[in-house]
Design a protein around this ligand. Structure first.
Ligand SMILES: [Zn+2]
Length: 147
């Protein structure tokens, strides 16, 4: 009896550890994606909110999703994340009407529709391997920008 209990406990422990490390990777990845998204369109250290034009230091801006971050498949897609001011990203919940106009102008209707389609069709769970690869990819993107 005691043995069964131990085995169960052991299994739970392993599951817990895996969930924790994936969560940590998501956190690490988001930190890099967020910096990249705020700096990719910056001139020097300054960037503009894509939905209201507010111009400030990139550190004062936030990385705002066009398709919300709860949609896993498009969560880290570079074209889905841009610099936004705290008002547009927070209080205005993304300022979606302006964000849609921005997206259509920058990427075109096809790209926007494809992103929407993918985000709705595909239920996705990131693996540790994929998260590690994305961390490397985004680190390289930042390096290429000379940041
Ligand atoms: Zn704004």
């Amino acid at each position: 009896m005691a043995g069964t209990g131990m085995r169960k406990f052991g299994k739970q422990n392993i599951k817990l550890t895996q969930t924790e490390s994936t969560a940590k990777l998501h956190k690490r990845l988001w930190k890099i994606v967020s910096e990249y998204s705020r700096r990719k369109d910056a001139t020097g250290e300054y960037a503009s909110c894509v939905t209201c034009g507010y111009h400030t230091h990139w550190k004062e801006l936030q990385a705002g999703h066009f398709i919300r971050a709860s949609k896993e498949y498009t969560k880290y897609f570079p074209n889905n994340i841009h610099a936004q001011c705290p008002t547009c990203n927070g209080q205005l919940r993304g300022n979606i009407r302006n964000y849609t106009q921005y997206m259509l102008k920058r990427y075109g209707e096809n790209e926007v529709e494809t992103m929407r389609y993918m985000s709705n069709k595909i239920k996705y769970t990131w693996t540790e391997e994929e998260l590690n690869k994305l961390i490397d990819d985004y680190k390289n993107k930042l390096k290429e920008m000379g940041k």
